[in-house]
Design a binder for this molecule. Structure first.
Ligand SMILES: [Zn+2]
Length: 530
């Protein structure tokens, strides 16, 4: 009874939100960001036009925007509702906007904000490795607020347009479709991109640089492009070439790609790759000409479905992004290069997880984290990827992939929590998965199995004693291979759901060797003794 209550409490704890001050009284429908850039200073001039639905009676609402301190940050000069000036305050990096009395629930309003300043972060203005000046948005997790006034949290997704005015020697890439490019004067060019699908701010970006642009083809009518620095054009076009193959694979396995195009962009992101919606940014040294970034490309493209389109509603559920991108990279490798490639990836990931878990035990859903960049660890990448692999074993390939497709269909361009994903998988498999999700996502430690074996001539079998080290008792299926002098090894599956399990596996001859988990299906720390 206590155990059951404890499980219920742990599941209920998933509903506990991260500490972002959500505002359920408004819903942002669309942002239009006009950003002016220049070559003499790092100061940007911004105008944000925001369409939002008012759902409850409110007098005011707040947006995130990092305000000016010393020489960096943004200063707001004006906020308008149509032609009317609105009263606002800008404190603690929150822009509070007072609404006139006639705004009532059910209204959709358009608020515009003029601001200027040098971005402290979020829009990285620097030089690339060839010495060319570049501007790259780098918003994850909540750094958009450094240059864009917004609800800077994935729970309120919106459409976005970027109108970038910059000196004419720059090419500009952003989310969605390019709808206009015009020379305004000899000193300024306007480029307008429009994303018609709701996306979170973490993946709303522009990239402004001198680029060589390759239209590499289309996959299911989706244009695939490479944007690289002209100085390493041939190498870049060649390195980013696997993107079309990856896109085609995920389209078939998961469902239709959510966006209008896929651009793969060489950039100065602080991450190895950043999955910005429909224009992925890769670190600049990803271009080597050696074709070494296929896994990175697969990871970032998988994010277009998981993280960008079906987004975590709460930062503590970031494994719904990173675990999925990690595992679907392995799945891409499995179907493209064979099962051995999948196993190789999982074996490497398991070693990373075992080492990391012993040093820094924490659960995959770690509600203690309030500093969001700290969310990124092997717990939400390799370990969470392993959770998906074990879920696939638990429900079988057919139910697993059907469930993945259903999850994407249901939460496409929306938000989900772990409980939503679990529900979809329970529906597609017809299996209750409470214990599975709980033990693999809420438990800090990994299962640790001590396996002792001996051979009994009289019983014609291998006598096994499997002990779980003190701590939680996991429910597991462990495969054990009995290797003999000749012939293929015989694989048995042992169900473990107690602290100590004793079982005899039939064997006419004494095996020369036992092997735990020969087919790489279980995330555990094992210790085999004879
Ligand atoms: Zn990722």
């Amino acid at each position: 009874m206590l155990h059951r209550i404890l499980i219920l409490l742990l599941i209920a704890s998933q509903a506990v939100a991260d500490n972002y001050p959500r505002n359920e009284s408004i819903d942002i429908k669309k942002y239009i960001f006009r950003v002016e850039l220049n070559d003499t200073t790092n100061r940007i001039a911004g105008q944000a036009t925001i369409m939002l639905a008012v759902k409850n009676a409110i007098r005011d609402f707040e947006l995130d925007l990092v305000q000016q301190q010393q020489d960096k940050g943004m200063t707001v000069s004006e906020v308008r509702l149509g032609s009317r000036q609105l009263i606002f305050s800008h404190r603690n990096n929150r822009l509070k906007i007072l609404l006139p009395a006639e705004v009532s629930p059910g209204n959709e309003i358009v608020v515009s904000i003029r601001y200027t300043g040098i971005p402290r972060d979020g829009l990285i203005i620097s030089k690339n490795k060839f010495g060319d000046r570049t501007f790259f948005g780098d918003n994850w997790p909540d750094r958009a607020r450094n240059w864009l006034p917004a609800i800077d949290h994935p729970y309120d997704k919106a459409k976005v347009e970027f109108i970038v005015v910059a000196p004419p020697h720059y090419d500009v890439v952003a989310n969605g479709t390019k709808v206009e490019q015009s020379f305004i004067s000899s000193k300024q060019k306007l480029t307008h991109w429009r994303e018609d699908v709701d996306i979170p701010t973490k993946v709303m970006v522009i990239g402004v640089a001198r680029f060589a642009i390759q239209h590499a083809g289309t996959v299911n009518n989706i244009p695939v492009e490479s944007w690289v620095y002209p100085q390493n054009k041939e190498a870049g076009f060649s390195d980013y070439q696997p993107a079309a193959k990856v896109l085609d694979f995920f389209n078939r396995v998961i469902g239709p790609y959510p966006y209008e195009k896929l651009a793969n962009v060489q950039s100065t992101t602080i991450y190895g790759g950043m999955e910005n919606a429909s224009n992925i940014f890769y670190y600049e040294n990803s271009v080597t000409g050696k074709g070494a970034v296929e896994n990175l490309i697969a990871h970032e493209i998988a994010h277009q479905w998981f993280g960008n389109s079906a987004s975590e509603k709460d930062w503590h559920h970031v494994w719904l992004s990173e675990g999925f991108a990690t595992y679907f990279t392995h799945v891409y490798n499995e179907f493209t290069y064979g099962t051995d490639k999948l196993k190789e990836g999982l074996v490497a990931d398991r070693a990373t997880v075992i080492q990391y878990c012993s040093r820094s035990p924490a659960s995959v859903i770690d509600t203690r984290i309030t500093d969001y960049p700290k969310l990124l660890s092997p717990h939400v990448y390799q370990r969470a990827g392993w959770v998906l692999h074990m879920l696939r074993q638990e429900v079988g390939d057919e139910a697993f992939f059907a469930g993945i497709r259903n999850y994407y269909t249901r939460f496409r361009n929306a938000n989900a929590l772990t409980s939503d994903f679990r529900q979809v998988m329970e529906e597609s498999s017809g299996k209750p998965l409470g214990t599975f999700f709980n033990q693999w996502l809420e438990e800090e430690k990994l299962p640790e199995l001590s396996v002792q074996w001996s051979y009994s001539q009289a019983a014609k079998g291998v006598l096994l004693t499997i002990e779980q080290v003190p701590g939680r008792v996991f429910e597991l299926s462990l495969e054990i291979a009995l290797h003999t002098e000749k012939g293929e090894p015989v694989i048995h599956t042992v169900k473990i759901n107690q602290k100590s399990t004793k079982i005899t596996l039939p064997a006419d001859l004494k095996p020369v060797k036992l092997e735990l988990d020969p087919q790489v299906k279980l995330l555990f720390k094992g210790n085999l003794r004879n």
